[in-house]
Design a protein. Sequence first.
Length: 511
Amino acid sequence: MSDASGSGGAMRPLHGPVLAVTAIALALGTFMQVLDSTIANVSLPTIAGNLGVSSDNSTWVITSFAVANGVAVPLTGWLMGRFGVVRSFVWSVSLFTLASLLCGIAWSLNSLIVFRIIQGAVSGPMIPGSQALLISIFPPNKRSTALGIWSMTTLVAPVAGPILGGWICDNYHWSWIFLINLPVGLACAFLTKVNLASRETPTQKLPIDTIGVALLIVWVGALQIMLDLGKNEDWFHSTTIVVMAIIAAIGFVVWVVWEMTDENPAVDLSLFRSRNFSLGTLAFCLGYALFFANVLLLPLWQQTQLGYTATWAGLVAAPSGAVAVVLAPFMARISNKVDPRWLATVAFVAFAVSYFMRANFTAQTTFFDFTLPMMVQGISMSVFFIAMIHIQLDGIAAKDIPSATGISNFARITAASFAASIITTAWDRREALHQSRMVDVVHPGAPAFDAAMRGLESLGASSLQGSAIIMREIVVQAYLLASTDLFYICGWLSLFMIGVLWLTSKPKPHG
């Protein structure tokens, strides 16, 4: 490993066991970061109960990580150019591992949120770094294999997250969903450092847009606080929410003006002059936001209202990943032969079908019924990212691709965090609406209530117990109706995105 350069200064590929070990280490880096974006989804009720907070407040565990990661992504290009890809990746993995340890020993929800923010903030270079390094260590004729390894980890991790998180919470303490990162992160950082230290990329002193980054943190943070606290603070009846909304609005406007006029912007907004990039990013973000909202809502509903354990809630998601893993290689092969807009249309249609299937859930829905829509969703997952990235990057100059992908990832991650806040708020609001309507019909003195009470009393229930059972059933039914309402809306929004998609021009074939 003393001579990593070939003729002309180009990095020579690795071979044999060193290549295999390094590829696994880099893939684990991606796997660990993506896993942590979903592993806490099914664990929220357990974490909330253990820390003595409501499930509503526990969603901060998800959104804090997503927002911090989203803000950090635009800085990835600067970090890699300033310090080198290998060094940036190794430090990112090391700090992520340390943050995981802190999350595992968190003593309250507030401390856990702080540590999750740190975890998200330091993880920016992990995914792009692992992808770039994987490509560099494989021979040119094997780089499709490198991308295949990278893609498989990004597909498997979101599915493994809920399953693994559920199993850990049902059998061990929830802190282990973070502590399991320690051996993986240490091995990944050590092997990458040892095997790739001599293959560091050239570095240069690059200017950094500190004001742009600061403004970005301010308006995104204020908006996220507004979304997360709004449902508990009665939205704009709260002074705090009004102040956060004003800060977010003014911060966003100032940030846009600054980034459009600065010589070295942290986020190059001029890329949005490209029709395919702007419309493609819009469709990409909204499509992913709908997907993420459903990934969060389903296990939350199953565990809080339907009696599912965290493990079984995680297993419901497994079919989507299995289908995606099987179809992804085939979709990748045909992606250069078929108009990406058609592939994206297939993804959005499959998303819509899966959401409409969920909109038909009833009180008698079984585990098998829950898994069928997930299988359909797997079709979307196998092609959605490939097609949307192809559309977004069409016509983007090679020198601007890192900036474009950074903006795309920032927008996607931020949209997902907003969706998490919006979907939980809408869920509670719809539940309250349906519950009030049912109580108008089923109340003491109403025929339906009295008939139910007679039936329960015949089974030995007291008046108080009977009333409690009826009220509990009303709440369960209200959450069922609230869930199906939101699934139905998500289905129509997915179909609407197809119209946005076809406003783009036909992308040229990619290499």
